[in-house]
Design a protein around this ligand. Structure first.
Ligand SMILES: Cc1cc2nc3c(=O)[nH]c(=O)nc-3n(C[C@H](O)[C@H](O)[C@H](O)COP(=O)(O)O)c2cc1C
Length: 379
């Protein structure tokens, strides 16, 4: 544990503890994975400005995201199948986030249901919505999120159809896993994971199972998505969902200035500059490279968040410096979860907070709310 210093350490541990098909599900992008890689490498290309002899006492990462207090501007991204990285994964991650003071976002495609997470946590969490063709099911999901006291709805716009993810297709990914010799071998070689899974009833998509009509093959994520997700989703639907929900709304998956303008017009509380962690349109630019243009276009109209490629507290600071009010981490918390359950998620958050805090000080700032482009080195 003491040797876990950075997110990469949690990733190595997760790879040893999570069956290959589920580790690969997290550690993959679409097609050639070029966008997945660019999300990380474009952060590395941004340089920080070193300052000296500035008072570094009394520092704080505390700020707000959509008006809600956060101990640092880092929410947990919605991630499908988190409950397959570790038994009861969504519950554990939600508890870790709540204790740390940052938002947890539950995916529509989670293993633990909205009700499971609500019953196991004391603070409100955020709910991410995928829009299905079955509008009664969508209405019902929104209602369930309201009943559970969710304090924001994150509407994902960039997955009307699923990007082609080669690792998942080659692995024959499903939840619960299939029992072919290959899959049995992958699980048998991860005994701790198996023990955890045997100790829980939560092994399928519990937001959907028993709630949606005519679901034929829920276990196959790709065929189920193709069958159920609405490829006709449009801006009028956003209006419909906004009215149905009636609470804070965040639009996720904006990567283009024109779309950002459309999103700002909806009156949403925030947009997330995102390419779904490089899992949808391979060949699209990294999210951090698009952030400045989107901030220039709509920064005065809507709060801007960013996800994709954040692997350290330094990356968080760079995104804030370029105009994001908040950020999200997907894989970093999933690696923590796979590595050591709730403790691992807390560890991921602690790593990021410590890195952000030290970096902020070395850049000559004491409050994250004072961080702006002046901390970036310009050639
Ligand atoms: C394993 C995995 C599952 C994901 N599932 C969802 C999902 O169900 N809904 C969604 O809106 N985004 C989903 N995403 C995308 C994340 O919300 C987020 O955009 C992305 O992970 C951010 O990039 P990062 O992993 O580099 O931090 C998923 C990402 C991963 C890695």
């Amino acid at each position: 544990m003491s040797t876990v210093l950075e997110i990469a350490d949690l990733k190595k541990l997760a790879q040893r503890r999570v069956p290959k098909m589920f580790f690969d599900y997290a550690d993959s992008g679409a097609w050639t994975e070029s966008t997945y890689r660019a999300n990380e490498s474009d952060f590395a290309n941004i340089k920080l400005r070193q300052r000296v002899l500035v008072d570094m006492t009394d520092r704080s990462l505390a700020t707000t995201m959509i008006g809600q207090n956060v101990t640092m501007p880092v929410a947990l991204s919605p991630t499908g199948l988190a409950g397959m990285q570790h038994a009861d994964g969504e519950i554990l991650a939600a508890q870790a986030a709540a204790e740390f003071g940052v938002p947890f976002t539950l995916s529509t495609m989670s293993i633990c249901s909205i009700e499971d997470v609500a019953a196991a946590t004391k603070k409100p969490f955020w709910f991410q919505l995928y829009v299905m063709k079955d509008r009664d099911f969508v209405r019902n999901l929104i209602e369930r999120a309201k009943v559970a006291g969710c304090s924001a709805l994150v509407l994902t716009l960039d997955l009307q159809i699923l990007g082609q993810r080669h690792k998942d297709l080659r692995n024959g990914l499903s939840a619960p896993p299939k029992f072919t010799p290959k899959h049995i071998w992958q699980m048998m070689t991860r005994p701790q994971w198996c023990l955890g899974m045997m100790g829980t009833q939560r092994r399928t998509f519990r937001n959907i199972d028993g709630h949606a009509k005519g679901v034929s093959d829920l276990s196959s994520l790709s065929s189920w998505t193709a069958e159920q997700f609405d490829p006709k989703l449009n801006w009028d639907d956003v209006e419909w969902i906004k009215n149905l929900w009636g609470g804070p709304l965040i639009l996720k998956g904006i990567l283009d200035e024109e779309d950002a303008l459309m999103a700002a017009k909806t009156g949403a509380d925030a947009i997330i500059v995102s390419n779904h962690g490089g899992r949808q349109l391979d060949g699209a630019p990294s999210s951090i490279s698009m952030l400045p243009r989107i901030v220039d276009t709509v920064g005065d109209k809507v709060e801007i968040h960013l996800d994709g490629g954040i692997r350290s507290g330094q990356d968080v600071l760079k995104a804030i410096a370029l105009g994001a009010k908040g950020t999200y981490i997907g894989r970093p918390f999933l690696y923590g979860l796979g590595a050591m359950g709730k403790t691992g998620v807390t560890k991921a958050l602690e790593i990021i907070a410590r890195e952000a805090d030290i970096t902020m000080a070395l850049c000559g700032k004491r409050r994250i709310t004072d961080v702006d482009s002046s901390i970036l080195h310009k050639d």
